[in-house]
Ligand binder design. Structure first.
Ligand code: PEP
Length: 264
């Protein structure tokens, strides 16, 4: 399985011209990175136009946030079905910045369910706000996973990607230590195995749920750059990254993809 790099541009760049330039730079860097899969998550306003101009196969598109409802009085929001129509194959769900604005666990569960029904791959973001000595952060992650996977059939867990993003490492100077990520990856897999068995044994024609739980791709996000990413990939028990700032500047993203391609 190729290492997956998701470029979360957030509310950047300021103009369509700059968005095209950044996309062109990422496209070129992705073309040179044989061992990586790259997904670009631009502001929703730019998604359709970038998608229509792109004729390659190496890049895919994600929506940064979209509602599960198909229509309604939700001023300023976009829906998953509109995002699918605009050409996305992935949807970021429950990013810390959305949760901070009031997005609930139940809403993330509904978005994951709707994305799967549209054949859009959800990237479910989980992560604690802080680390206290009582290890309560495991409970936070477990609660977010349970809610996020609430509508997922146990035999389809692998269709969801989990992005572990400790809030205290987002937008900071340094990432978390790879061995701490490794520990968290084990915890996430164990939680998913527990979830996969919640309905008891499945009919024999269905995939073994434990195997599908173990196969869920886990990404790390939080202050990743070309310096810290290779060790995180090789030691953190992860299959890719959700990248904020380093994906919003051509040179930094080029350097990150090059560094990862060398170790992937
Ligand atoms: C993010 O917000 O998803 C993120 C990982 O940001 P940064 O890489 O800037 O820490």
């Amino acid at each position: 399985m190729k290492c997956l790099v998701v470029a979360n541009w957030k509310m950047n760049p300021a103009t369509w011209r700059e968005a095209r330039q950044l996309f062109e730079a990422i496209k070129k860097a992705a073309d040179r990175s044989a061992h990586l899969s790259v997904v670009v998550a631009p502001p929703s306003l730019y998604v359709r136009s970038l998608r229509e101009r792109y004729h390659g196969r190496r890049l895919a598109f994600a929506i940064q946030h979209a509602r599960a409802e198909t229509q309604g009085a939700h001023t300023g929001d976009v829906s998953l079905i509109q995002s699918k129509d605009a050409g996305v194959q992935y949807a970021i769900v429950g990013h810390a910045e959305r949760r901070a604005q009031g997005e609930t666990d139940d809403e993330t569960g509904a978005q994951v369910g709707e994305a799967l029904s549209l054949k859009v791959t959800p990237i479910l973001c989980v992560g604690e706000a802080e680390r206290t000595s009582d290890a309560m952060y495991f409970e936070v992650v477990r609660r977010q996973l349970r809610a996020g996977f609430a509508q997922v059939d146990p035999s389809h867990l692998q269709r969801v990607i989990v992005a572990y993003e400790p809030v205290w490492a987002i937008g900071k100077q340094s990432a978390m230590r790879p061995r701490d990520m490794h520990e968290m990856a084990i915890f996430i897999r164990k939680t998913l195995v527990d979830l996969s068995m919640r309905n008891g044994p499945l009919p024999t024609n269905k995939k073994e749920p434990t195997a599908t739980a173990m196969g869920v791709r886990i990404l790390y996000g939080g202050s990743i750059d070309e310096q810290n990413a290779p060790a995180m990939l090789t030691e953190g028990d992860i299959q890719g990254f959700l990248v904020g700032r380093a994906s919003q500047e051509s040179a930094r993203m080029r350097a990150l993809l090059q560094a990862l391609d060398a170790v992937a």
